[in-house]
Design a protein around this ligand. Structure first.
Ligand code: TYD
Length: 216
């Protein structure tokens, strides 16, 4: 059986990731079903029982920056081992709300942790493994902050300043430039309808991402 496809959604808080995720998942399920695959929707930090416990701590408890980065990667290791790798091996398609690009963007860009340290952790935790496709929702931080939900208390990251989110966004854009074959940019200043059209086109190209089955 062919290996599955790993897709990640990224962007600063308020850039529209959550708005598009449920709709995209539904479309993805239709497409995956045609290929005989299921869709696993998951998120980071989180995605496993341990990961969700770490998420609670990461989002609400003050901590040293390096601790924060280490916990993000610890949650990720568990996520890869328990959820992502087995699903891809089964041939399923995995859609993750954030992955390693978020650590480079938030802990690296936003908080200023040296990129070399993050690269070391990335290699340790995931080797050469990367998403097949990363959809980056891009929006200026001022616009993103006015769109952020006022319905609940902001977490530790959502309370950060405009300059924090400018640095986070800049690091996302740098990563996208570095790996243009993996990233697809979505200009989140556009209407939901236009963004859906763009996502629809992207969905149509997905089958090309499937790696050939080494056992076929
Ligand atoms: P988010 O994905 O925005 O979820 P929600 O829509 O429920 O708020 O929240 C996760 C937060 O965690 C987000 O502010 C970014 C942060 N984060 C990091 O700082 N580093 C990481 O590696 C990951 C995965 C997330």
């Amino acid at each position: 059986m062919a290996r599955g496809i790993f897709i990640t959604f990224e962007g600063i808080d308020g850039a529209g990731k959550t708005t598009h995720l449920a709709w995209f998942r539904e479309r993805l399920e239709h497409q995956a079903a045609r290929a005989g695959a299921a869709v696993v929707l998951t998120r980071e930090p989180g995605g496993t029982a341990l990961g969700e416990t770490l998420r609670e701590i990461l989002l609400h408890q003050p901590m040293d920056l390096e601790t924060e980065a280490l916990l993000m990667f610890a949650a990720r290791r568990e996520h890869l081992a328990q959820v992502i790798e087995p699903a891809l091996a089964r041939g399923d398609w995995v859609l993750s709300d954030r992955f390693t690009d978020a650590t480079f963007a938030y802990q690296g860009g936003g908080r200023g942790l040296a990129r070399g340290k993050l690269e070391t952790l990335e290699r340790w935790v995931q080797g050469e493994f990367q998403p097949d496709l990363t959809v980056l929702f891009d929006l200026p931080p001022d616009t993103a902050s006015t769109r952020r939900s006022a319905a609940r208390e902001p977490d530790r990251f959502e309370r950060e300043s405009g300059s924090f989110f400018s640095r986070t966004r800049a690091e996302y854009l740098r990563r996208a430039q570095e790996a243009p074959q993996r990233f697809r940019m979505v200009d989140s200043t556009q209407s939901i309808t236009l963004i859906r059209q763009q996502l629809e086109q992207l969905l149509a190209t997905l089958s090309c991402l499937r790696a050939p089955d080494p056992h076929a």
